[in-house]
Design a protein around this ligand. Sequence first.
Ligand SMILES: [Zn+2]
Length: 139
Amino acid sequence: MDKVFKFIDDTRNIFWEQKKKEIMVLIDPSTGKAYQHFTQRVDCPICDIDDNFKVFEKEGFDFVKCKSCGLLHVNPQLKPGVSESFYKKSLMATHWVKLQTTSKEQEWNASAKYIPALEVLKELRTNGGRLLDVGCSVG
Ligand SMILES: [Zn+2]
């Protein structure tokens, strides 16, 4: 099992280093935020209003919460075309998909993340409702 963890650690470290390098093209070093010419303010995708407050910042992007419905989302967001262009040139994205689709990573994800998460969800699912997974990476 140590070999599996070593492989996952090594592979993930390559990904994180690549991500750190690539994301810097989007970030204005004078502000630490995404360059304004790459971004635009967006309305809440549920309410169609732009009335929110900042919850936290991650990697140069603000995560805000809609005052009306409570949806947490990134605002401002990359303009259409910017993220597509970024990901097309990105070795990081290719590396991430490669990592996520290895059997070792999938085994580790299942035992360390998915099965424990399903156990928590089972306890929360008391009324038989349905779940929607949004932002599930490579699926
Ligand atoms: Zn909303």
